[in-house]
Design a protein around this ligand. Structure first.
Ligand code: GUN
Length: 291
């Protein structure tokens, strides 16, 4: 292995220290950041993500509430629950874990969240603010990717960033964040997706390759330029460990790619812990703006 590991776990620990310092300052003004996570149904992956978000909030001294809602909840009742927290002055951030059961219109629920409490950055108002370069809650995974690049000294300005995947949660927002005329951005961005012709031609031209395809081995060594920085956003479960934890791999063929990349993120321990940390950062920022 020649590539240097970009250890999301270590960067996350550093940012969590910074957040803790700010939380202590807020507490002297009697403000405690408040986060509610709403989980509808019992999808094991969603349960595991929400548990990790609650644990992080608890460790940072946030006021945190976990709502476990039966999958049979009506759309109207879920909207009413969101409205309850929109009106709760102790809550700064509202997160509705996705995906939702099929009978509920996800976009209706996301639009119901007050944009000033939308710490997930999924509300169209925040998406619009992000695209036009105004202050916004950035969606947590793309925000995490940008922070990992900045904090590991990767120059994005003028770099060719190639994104594999065009999801609303990762691909589209990360491309938008990195093309901004701003520090930690100013990149030239190409977005590849399932209809891209000759994907390897594009990925081989990347100085920074961000992979969020949701497919194991979507990127193999022959698709990577020697010396490129590779950020693997993929989380694919390949079984369970003996201790009952989910066994995970990313979207990148890690072993061979780490022989030619200059820097690479591991899975697990890469983007995952950073994503949760940026959710905490957004919740802190919401609390700092509390009237
Ligand atoms: N499901 C997968 N990723 C996310 C996320 O970042 N936020 C929410 N709310 N749901 C998700």
């Amino acid at each position: 292995m020649t590539a240097e590991l970009i250890k999301g776990k270590d960067i996350a620990a550093l940012i969590r220290q910074e957040i803790k310092t700010e939380v202590d300052k807020l507490k002297t003004k009697n403000i405690i950041p408040g986060l509610v996570t709403i989980l509808v149904g019992a999808d094991p992956a969603s349960e595991s993500y929400v548990r990790a978000k609650q644990k992080a909030a608890h460790e940072l001294g946030f006021h945190s509430i976990q709502e476990n809602i039966d999958a049979s909840i009506s759309e109207a009742d879920l909207l009413a629950l969101v409205e309850k927290y929109n009106n709760d002055p102790t809550i700064d951030g509202i997160l509705v874990q996705l995906p939702l059961p099929k009978h509920i219109d996800e976009s209706k629920v996301l639009i119901a969240i007050n944009p000033d409490k939308d710490v997930d950055g999924f509300h169209p108002v925040n998406v619009g603010r992000m695209v036009t370069g105004q202050p916004a809650f950035l969606p947590c995974t793309p925000y995490a990717v940008q922070q990992m690049l900045i904090r590991s000294g990767v120059q994005t300005e003028g770099a060719h960033v190639v994104v594999v995947g065009r999801s609303n949660i990762v691909g589209k927002p990360v491309a938008n964040i990195l093309i901004q005329k701003a520090a930690g951005a100013n990149a030239t961005v190409t977005v590849c997706h399932t209809r891209t012709k000759d994907m390897a031609k594009h990925t081989r031209d990347a100085d920074i390759l961000i992979v969020a395809a949701g497919v194991i081995n979507a990127v193999t060594a022959d698709m990577v330029k020697p010396g490129a920085v590779v950020i693997d956003v993929g989380v694919n479960q390949i079984g369970m460990t003996e201790s009952g934890k989910r066994k995970l791999v990313g979207d990148v063929d890690f072993g061979p790619v780490s022989e030619i990349a200059s820097k690479i993120t591991p899975v697990p321990g890469g983007v995952g812990p950073m994503t949760i940390t940026m959710l905490m950062q957004n919740t802190l920022e919401a609390a700092q703006k509390r009237k």
